[in-house]
Design a protein around this ligand. Structure first.
Ligand code: PLP
Length: 389
């Protein structure tokens, strides 16, 4: 097909040419002085992205590795962990915690709402023995387009006066949705490269509070590759305990530079605006958002229910048609939402006309697939974009 593919899944996202060019530099000696400068630039630069003054570590891994790192560095076998069924990724993280030998209280959810801070408070108040060692929350549930309100969850933990660690997955929010590791007193924030940071997959991130670092000294889950201690020790002089993903780090330095040039507040505002434009399109089509609470709308992706809960109008049939006819990839429905929902990614290196093209592809696809819907979504989105330009 001629022209550019539209990669509108909620990550991996489109990699800007500047980042691709940065990655295309020659690979260097990862034990030499040029590498030490690169590593320091990146490790310091990431602090702004996480909004922390504390340590950030970078693994050559996917986001799943960074999840595992957050658990094995802070917890011991049999520790109780409070987790919430907000969607597919929260479920996968729960499953991992179970496999690692943690005792998970998994609060059931309907995959259409974020974590309820009141439930956090009551669960912690019901734990006078302080056996719960961590509360683990997915900030932006990529399977549903629902965010959880981390500052309110933090306040709920404070009201309960409970010492549990707060672990937050920002894999699909970091670099696109407002986030403040230090101000919100998060203990471990989990991130990765292939979403708001506009890089290819391959880097997993942990931002670490002093409290989490202290917990890691006595945590007893087995850890080797993910161990923060040798990583932090070597990072202090700009090196890694094993071979880092050198070229991705070149790309990361460039991506951090791009986010700084735009300014994080503007990056966040841009994502909010594109999220709202997308939701206006969905409403005008007469389709339903997966997210049911406006306070929890995601500005990095929008998940859309197929009419009639899937059924004959299978979401994957629509996605396949859109891919074949318009060369655009949309996110599939995951887990319980398989076939019932599709997801529109609008995060990372993205602008108004890319959104206009994306929504045009969806609208044409809905018509071609004979999904019952109303025309006018694209116009509704364009009107909003024009009014708020
Ligand atoms: C919220 C969230 N958490 C965790 C993961 C897992 O990350 P990875 O697939 O990079 O291992 C993803 C992947 O999309 C995600 O969206």
């Amino acid at each position: 097909m001629s022209g550019r593919h539209f990669l509108q899944i909620p990550g991996p996202t489109n990699v800007p040419d500047r980042v691709l060019r940065a990655i295309a530099q020659p690979t260097i000696d990862h034990r030499g002085p040029a590498f030490a400068k690169l590593a320091r630039d990146v490790l310091v630069g990431l602090r702004d992205i996480f909004q922390t003054k504390g340590a950030v570590v970078v693994y050559p891994s996917s986001g799943t590795g960074a999840w595992e790192a957050s658990l094995v560095n802070t917890l011991s076998p049999g520790d109780s962990v409070l987790m919430f069924e907000t969607g597919h990724f929260a479920t996968l993280w729960r499953n991992m915690a179970g496999r690692l030998g943690l005792d998970v209280d998994f609060v059931p959810g309907d995959w259409r709402h974020g974590v309820d801070p009141e439930v956090v408070e009551s669960k912690l108040r019901d734990d006078p023995g302080r056996t719960i060692k961590a509360v683990a929350v997915v900030h932006n549930e990529t399977s549903t387009g629902v965010t959880s309100r981390i500052p309110e969850i933090r306040s709920a933990m404070d009201r309960a006066d409970h010492p549990a660690l707060l672990l937050v997955d920002t894999i699909s929010s970091l670099g696109s949705i407002a986030y403040r590791h230090d101000d919100w007193r998060v203990d471990v924030t989990i991130g990765c490269s292939q979403k708001g940071l506009m890089l290819p997959p391959g880097l997993g991130l942990n931002a670490i509070s002093d409290k989490a670092l202290a917990a890691s000294k006595s945590a007893r889950l087995p850890r080797a590759y993910w161990d923060w201690a040798p990583m932090l020790a070597d990072n202090a002089s700009g090196f890694f305990p094993y071979t880092p993903a050198t070229n991705l780090l070149y790309g990361l330095r460039e991506a951090i530079g791009m986010l700084r040039e735009e300014g994080m507040d503007r990056v966040v505002a841009r994502h909010c605006r594109h999220g709202e434009a997308t939701r206006r399109a969905v409403r005008a089509w007469g389709l339903e958002l997966v997210c049911q609470n406006p306070a929890e709308y995601s500005s990095s992706l929008t998940a859309v229910m197929m009419p009639g809960d899937g059924g004959r109008q299978d979401a994957d049939r629509l996605r396949t048609l859109i891919l074949e006819r318009f060369d655009m990839s949309l996110g599939t429905g995951l887990g319980k939402l398989k076939g019932k929902a599709f997801r529109i990614g609008h995060l990372g290196d993205f602008n108004d006309l890319m959104l206009a093209g994306t929504l045009s592809g969806v609208e044409m696809g809905l018509a071609a697939a004979r999904v019952p819907f109303a025309r006018g979504g694209v116009v509704a989105a364009l009107d909003y974009l024009s009014e708020t330009a």
